[in-house]
Design a protein around this ligand. Structure first.
Ligand SMILES: [Zn+2]
Length: 424
């Protein structure tokens, strides 16, 4: 991805730097050759240069670009998971995914970690975005997900001929788990996404089922992935599945829904980041009945929502690491509504706006393992910046409204927002 050349000064706004530090009123951020050269109070900023560009924050807020820590660019707002496999050919899903990535950038998301993709679409989208052929967040790609045969993602009997082969690699035992990771190595992924546990969305594999993958399979995945310098994450809701993942050496945990004190202790010992993804559960509870979800599934989502909020609060209180994001791309959680996750954490989970913004920026960068480069506004980091008209500390939901974005900047280049393309 190209970096900006020259100097850009963003001023006349409050600063939220993403580290959780209090906002700085009347701040200035100076970008030089795509990286942050100065960030802090306007009074301490270097003197203006004759040829610098100016972005007026107009009394609004300067904050880091948001990070979607569990992104599914290839989910095309489907009503049922199996639609991903049967509705469109890969060629068309690729175009839809490119459009979703552009939309995510317009929504202020300058980086995203894939939580699973149809085929290798995210691997190639990442390349297109890095080569400035397509617009989108800086992507960490995961390609296809790994699941045990007969597990959460393999519920269709053979006669239906819905194999989900675009989405998952099905494995039986540690030997096949190793083979699947080695295939993903060749595919060029950075992350290996697995399905160790069940989910409310699938009543036969509800949240308390742990053995969609055995510990031996999970351990084989981690050994092989780490050997090839790939990272591993997994859909972990059930308590034992969370512990298995942590003991197997997972690099992050998705959801971490049902945690007992021992699971929390393991999580804290290992400092493993978590992405809870809770707005999906709220939307499932609220909208599920109107889209034909059975009462058993809706009840399962309600239980998941309540336990997920409790886990998120426990992790925050214990000082754990957390990114925000999750499972946008279903009919009831469409692409473009990603910032509802932040609103949820403030309004429903009781996080402060600053805590929430830290999770959505630096926390996401920690999930990606890129916290030295992105995620906060600190001198030397890449200038991935969001300038918004308004104060998200008094109303976090303004981040859901991209018409309020003055600038979405990646590497110092304004890629979206009202000032995109302007030189002033
Ligand atoms: Zn997901």
């Amino acid at each position: 991805m190209k970096l900006a050349t020259g100097i850009t000064r963003i001023g006349n706004g409050q600063l939220i730097d993403g580290t959780g530090a209090p906002a700085v009123p009347n701040a200035t951020l100076i970008v030089e050759d795509g990286r942050i050269a100065y960030v802090g109070p306007a009074v301490g900023a270097p003197a203006p240069q004759p040829d610098e560009r100016l972005i007026d924050a107009r009394g609004g807020t300067i904050l880091p670009g948001l990070i979607e820590a569990h992104y599914h660019p290839t989910y095309f707002n489907v009503a049922a998971l199996e639609d991903l496999d049967i509705k469109y050919p890969v060629e068309y899903v690729t175009l839809l995914a490119a459009n979703n990535c552009k939309l995510a950038l317009e929504c202020g998301y300058t980086a995203a970690r894939s939580g699973g993709s149809l085929f290798n679409i995210d691997v190639w989208l990442k390349k297109a975005i890095e080569e400035d052929l397509a617009l989108g967040p800086r992507l960490a790609a995961s390609g296809r997900e790994i699941c045990g045969v007969g597990g959460l993602m393999d519920w269709n009997p053979d006669f239906r001929r819905i194999g989900m082969e675009g989405l998952v690699l099905l494995v039986n035992g540690p030997v096949e788990a190793r083979a699947a990771v080695r295939k993903l190595v060749k595919d060029g992924v950075e992350w290996v996404k697995t399905y160790p546990t069940g989910d409310a969305a699938s009543p036969d594999w509800n949240d308390h089922h742990t053995l969609c993958m055995t510990f031996e399979e999970m351990h084989a995945v981690v050994q092989t992935a780490h050997n090839h310098k790939l990272k591993v994450t997994g859909h972990c809701r059930a308590n034992l599945g969370i512990k298995n993942a942590l003991r197997a050496g997972y690099d992050t945990i998705e959801h971490a829904t049902f945690m007992d004190p021992e699971a929390l202790d393991l999580l804290m010992q290992r400092r493993t980041p978590v992405v809870c993804a809770l707005q999906f559960e709220k939307a499932s509870v609220e909208l599920g009945p109107s889209i034909g979800m059975s009462q058993a599934v809706v009840d399962g989502h309600k239980e998941t929502l309540e336990a997920g909020v409790e886990s998120a609060r426990m992790i925050l209180k214990a000082g754990g690491r957390m990114g925000l994001g999750g499972d946008y791309g279903f009919a009831w959680t469409p692409h473009g509504t990603y910032a509802k996750e932040l609103t949820f954490f403030v309004q429903d989970a009781g996080f402060t706006p600053l805590e929430t913004l830290r999770c959505a920026t630096l926390g996401g960068a920690e999930v990606m393992g890129r916290e030295r480069e992105i995620g906060s506004l600190e001198a030397g980091k890449l200038a991935d910046v969001l300038v918004v008209d308004g104060d998200p500390l008094s109303d976090i939901s303004i981040l859901e409204d991209r018409s309020r974005f003055l600038a979405v900047m990646q590497g110092g280049i304004v890629k979206a927002g009202r000032t995109a393309g302007q030189r002033s």
